[in-house]
Design a protein around this ligand. Structure first.
Ligand code: NI
Length: 184
């Protein structure tokens, strides 16, 4: 099943998501989240974006890399993740979000992280990620904390996206995937 994606302005995107009871059957939900992400040509999708305020996200960083890149993409689900540490050099990268179509902005984040999470079979993992995969994880993890990439913008940059954000919440935007607009 492909879910509609919640657009900017919906309160669920500003809410801290709840931990999932260990052992819960998430097979169908995870499958559907991958299907929804793929349908929208996204590189990541967090559960709050399909109107479920729980600590789960899926990523596929392959779309951000090509064969020349040394880095290999990662396609995976992360349940109840905890970023234990972020390190390496800070760098800027232009981010976007399926909940905020047509808005992109350069966001500065550290290049590496260590994360603890359960995989889709409820095996506890601790792993290090870097590059594009780390970037997608940081963005999706923020969704579970109720943080959107535009929240990092300040001053003029923030003012420049403000009217666009209002248009997104009103549904004055075109996407190839179905969305739920809070002000429409
Ligand atoms: Ni996003």
């Amino acid at each position: 099943m492909i879910y509609p994606i919640v657009a900017y302005g919906n309160p669920i995107l500003k809410k801290e998501a709840a931990e999932i009871h260990e052992g819960a059957d998430l097979k169908t939900l995870i499958q559907d989240m991958f299907a929804t992400m793929d349908h929208a040509s996204g590189v990541g999708l967090a559960a709050p974006q399909i109107n479920q305020a729980v600590r789960l996200f899926v990523i596929d960083s392959n779309l951000m890399l090509d064969e020349q890149d040394e880095e290999k993409g990662v396609r995976r689900a992360f349940i109840n993740p905890i970023i234990l540490d972020e390190y390496g050099d800070d760098y800027g990268f232009e981010e976007g979000c399926l909940s905020i179509p047509d808005v992109r902005a350069e966001i500065i984040r550290p290049e590496k992280l260590t994360i603890e999470y359960y995989d889709e079979n409820w095996n506890l993992k601790e792993e290090e990620f870097s590059g594009m995969t780390a970037r997608v994880i940081q963005h999706e993890y923020d969704h579970l904390e109720g943080i959107l990439f535009v929240d990092y913008l300040k001053g003029l940059k923030k003012r420049l996206v403000q009217s666009k954000l209002i248009e997104v919440s009103k549904g004055k935007v075109h996407t190839d995937y179905r969305m739920i607009y809070p002000l429409k």
